[in-house]
Ligand binder design. Sequence first.
Ligand SMILES: [Mn+2]
Length: 478
Amino acid sequence: MSSPIAWPEGGAVTPEWAQRLASSLEANTRGGDPPSSLARVFPRATHDALFDACGAILESEPTLLKLEPGPGVRVVVVGDTHGQLHDALKLIRLAGEPSPTNWFVFNGDFVDRGAWGAELFAVAMAWKVAAPRHVFLLRGNHECEFCTEVYGYKRELQVKYGKAAGNALWRKFTRVGAALPLAAQIGAKTLVLHGGLFRGRPRPKNKGAKKKLGAKFKRLAAAADAANADGTLSPGTLADLAAASKGGPDPDGEGAAQIAGDVLWSDPAGPDEGVPNEGMIPNENRGIGTMFGVAATGTFLRENGLALVLRSHEGPDAREDRAGMDPMKSGFSVDHEIEGVGKLCTVFSAPDYPQFVEEGEGRHENDASFVVLEDATEWAEPKPVRFAAERPRPRSRPYYDVTVGGSDEEGPDGELARAVKRDEDEKEARAGGEGEEGEEDPANEDPANEDPANEDPANEDPSSGASGEGGAPRVRAS
Ligand SMILES: [Mn+2]
């Protein structure tokens, strides 16, 4: 049993401290203790201090990071990791730890779905604080209030720390999430962001018209939601992105959070998906963000002098019903390629994802990848490195209802969001008006808090082999 991890004297977080944190957290998941043992190993005060230190650094960073790695520096780009701690630590072992010549850009979706989002995001924050100029954390669509209430991270904190402390930690998380930059430009030619292209303001056809209309044009343009005459949208520019808000605690894609909503939720379209070739359209699959065709990617690359857009956001579940799109079994795909201009690629870093599948559904058994960008190719030619899931994965239970949404098909304004809100409101009403900072023991209401040792072995899917986790955890309605 290891001793609790203390915040370093004077807040001097070093790479050694980050390494020790990672190995202690990993060891704790393998010790057979219940999830609530995290509060002893990684005390709330240390977790709080890490959120505060990391948040202060992120708040000083702009919406669009401009990274200039020097000669000989390579950049590792990590896609979605979703609480799969053991896989993420394997990735860092394979890629080599962050250093002045081995930079990391984590492209969001650290938490939710997987059982160790608290541990995984803590390790990422520790590396950020230890090496702020060589490690960069970008925002994913899950780093917000809405997703973490639906897909498990909030409940995970409540189970591991108790309800009151868990809620307080979650509040800190939402502030850190809102401070995460939306994108990183690496060198001149590469842009890394979580979801995809974002709409800009409609641009006037000729400069004379703009001069005459002035402020009135700007108002009209805003009211038109950047729609072109044919109803499609036009991609925005790097200048639009640099000037945009990071989106606040819960980017809903409206008003000042429009660009954030698009960056975090958008998807590239395949050639057979009915997206007008030149344009972008609202993303009906997800209810937020855009879908954009290959020609829109070409326009965006040309107008911004880029050769590569590297995004994440889609794993094998999101690609199940996507005509003509790579099924993401390797963790990397080239989605749009424009001869002589450049390409848009997806990197996804959670193997054997999602960790918990609905009863009766098969596992994807996907590999994952991270991407290496090198000085010799101006960081614009992605080298994917493929890896399999770390085995064995400790047994755990999900912290969310795995029957909601096969992939993140819904954003914060959909029917799902309304249902969750209703559910929360009813719970609060039943609790006699007691707010979420209440002290009741979550063990009384939370199936995720059961000691895994008491798990009924009949629930386990023997086909999941050495994972020991059970391929199909029983879903319980609350
Ligand atoms: Mn995502």
